[in-house]
Design a protein around this ligand. Structure first.
Ligand SMILES: [Zn+2]
Length: 119
């Protein structure tokens, strides 16, 4: 597994990225469903919204609210292929995300969400 600390340090220096926090409805949802279920939803969002080559409406496919994964994606710059390229060096160039790249995105989301578990 990659060491994600440098990434999280960089994210913490972005006032835009660090403005995304879990609270209210989305935080309650995480706690009521549990992390594993939320990560299953996350995997599904990655597969359908992020992984296809040239996803439709790239940059706008991730809502700003209503699911903890959406918030986590904005907080970690895994919200669209443009941000994946800029922040995570995953090229946008017309390729479908590999299994390894999907797992990487999920590991980033996991690390971000874990701060809200047992907190
Ligand atoms: Zn984005």
């Amino acid at each position: 597994m990659n060491d994600l600390d440098p990434l999280f340090e960089k994210l913490s220096k972005s006032s835009f990225r660090s403005s995304f926090i879990l609270k209210d409805k989305e935080l309650d949802y995480l706690h009521s469903k549990g992390l594993n279920v939320i990560l299953e939803h996350g995997r599904d969002f990655i597969d359908t919204r992020l992984a296809p080559a040239n996803p439709p409406n790239d940059g706008k496919q991730t809502p700003m609210r209503n699911h903890p994964i959406f918030i986590a994606q904005h907080a970690t710059a895994t919200c669209c292929r443009g941000c994946l390229q800029k922040w995570h060096s995953i090229a946008k160039d017309n390729h479908e995300l590999s299994e390894e790249e999907r797992e990487y995105v999920l590991s980033v989301l996991t690390k971000w969400l874990e701060q809200y578990i047992d907190g």
